[in-house]
Design a protein around this ligand. Structure first.
Ligand code: ASP
Ligand code: MG
Length: 435
């Protein structure tokens, strides 16, 4: 009997890595160099297309046809790659029909929105697969739901069902060549299209990796690796060589946008290493996400903007809590923090006007603060010196709490002080010790 082939890697490419002809060619070169490893590719929509399709769907609900620019975007990408410009006509015809129906009834359902959004990934999977074929690599575009990726019916934020794994594994084994699978989309038990939430392709990639027992899941980005902070806020930020699943999960949970927060769990469950790599420097090691972290305390700083802090007080705290939970469920919002401080319920959520209104009605005494941001120092529970330094530079910390593991200090502060706070903390926690 031939020996078991080594486990296949999954390579996930985000929208920015598919933005134009040269970008798709870089993706082709990355896969060509690894073809002997029998890679599985998972793709996002071309950069900006999901947001554009979302607007197109909204416009249709208001009676307007705004599909033109999205069609042109894809045709021009096909032209840049010297592929058949008519290749996606059938998909665009289907999309035009869906949009026509939305325009006719002037209303957009969750199902219709997901159907419209799905075209981003369905188009990019076809573009990438045909480009790979054009350079002599055998590849097949696959819609994730045709592989058996089944979700609940929660449109816009569907959860994949665990029974999908066996089907995905068996179905993938039947394909020859490089499967190029749509990220972000799935279908419910009745075959209705769903989407997994914005930036959900990372999660698709790790779920598929878990299903097939992948050797590793590589997330290809425009910037290489996970950094100690967002370099746009903190120019001194550095790339982390490695981190543990728990550290990566904590960093993403607090808003580090580098990976989708839930995408770490399938990796951790299956003990599959993840790698965050740079499409422009494919030789670089990037960041390894695995069972063992770097063995250092401080991991990184994650920031989140546009949050509000509510403090609610009533004579019956239980009743207040029930009302707050009902308001969150009604708005489809998950609390970033919900805790009690004495008789006061403290709640941190993304800013939303309708939620703010519901909260004000939930208790007799409510204070709301908006235009806030959070800075989470992951792995830095005891950051006394850094906190003192924040006070010295005049950052007005409005609330803070300790969560984790790994021990993480979350600070809530005015959004206009975010860059100052992030740079100060970074300098205290990461620039005084070698990492
Ligand atoms: N295309 C989807 C989005 O932009 C999913 C993804 O990129 O991961 O949200
Ligand atoms: Mg994207």
């Amino acid at each position: 009997m031939p020996p078991d082939p080594s486990p296949r890697p999954v390579h996930k490419f985000g929208g920015a890595s598919l933005t134009d002809g040269p970008a798709v060619r870089r993706v082709g070169a990355i896969l060509a160099a690894r073809v002997h490893e029998r890679p599985v590719a998972v793709v996002s929509a071309v950069e900006g297309v999901t947001s554009a399709l979302d607007k197109v769907a909204q416009a249709a609900a208001e009676g307007r046809d705004e599909l033109g620019p999205v069609r042109v975007r894809h045709r021009s990408l096909l032209a840049q790659l010297e592929l058949d410009p008519e290749m996606l006509n059938r998909h665009f015809a289907e999309l035009a029909t869906v949009l026509g129906a939305i325009r006719a009834h002037r209303h957009l359902t969750g199902l219709e929105r997901d159907h419209v959004l799905s075209f981003g990934e369905r188009a990019s999977a076809r573009i990438v697969a045909s480009y790979l074929n054009s350079i002599g690599l055998k590849a097949v575009p696959i819609d994730a739901y045709d592989l058996g990726l089944q979700s609940d019916s929660n449109h816009g934020r569907a959860k994949v069902l665990s029974q999908s794994a066996v089907r995905v594994r068996d179905a993938l084994a039947r394909f020859d060549g490089i499967p190029v699978i749509t990220g972000f989309v799935a279908a419910d038990a009745n075959g209705r299209l769903t989407t997994l939430g914005r930036n959900g392709s990372d999660l698709s990639a790790t779920l598929i990796g878990e299903a097939i027992g992948a050797g590793e899941v590589c997330f290809w980005k425009e910037v290489g690796g996970v950094m100690t902070a967002d370099p746009k806020l903190v120019p001194e930020a550095r790339t982390l060589r490695r981190m543990s699943y728990a550290e990566a999960a904590e960093l993403t949970r607090h808003g580090a946008g580098v990976l989708h927060a839930e995408s770490i769990q399938p990796l951790a469950r299956a003990r599959i290493p993840g790698r965050v790599l740079c499409v422009r420097e494919p030789q670089d090691a990037g960041t390894l996400v695995a069972a063992e972290g770097a063995g250092r305390e401080a991991v990184g700083i994650a920031c989140r903007r546009n949050v509000m802090l509510a403090r609610l007080e009533g004579n019956e705290p239980e009743a207040v809590r029930t009302k707050v939970e009902a308001a969150l469920a009604h708005e489809g919002v998950e609390a970033l923090h919900l805790g009690e401080r004495g008789a006061t319920l403290e709640l941190l959520v993304p800013w939303s006007e309708s939620l703010a209104r519901a909260l004000v009605a939930a208790a007799p005494r409510v204070s709301l603060e908006r235009e806030l941001a959070t800075v989470a120092a992951v792995g830095c529970g005891a950051a006394e010196g850094a906190l003192a330094q924040l006070a010295t530079v005049g950052v007005d910390v409005r609330a803070q709490w300790l969560v984790g593991p790994p021990a993480t200090r979350v600070l809530v502060l005015p959004e206009r002080e975010l860059a100052l706070a992030a740079r100060t903390l970074h300098s205290e926690l990461f620039e005084k010790v070698p990492i």
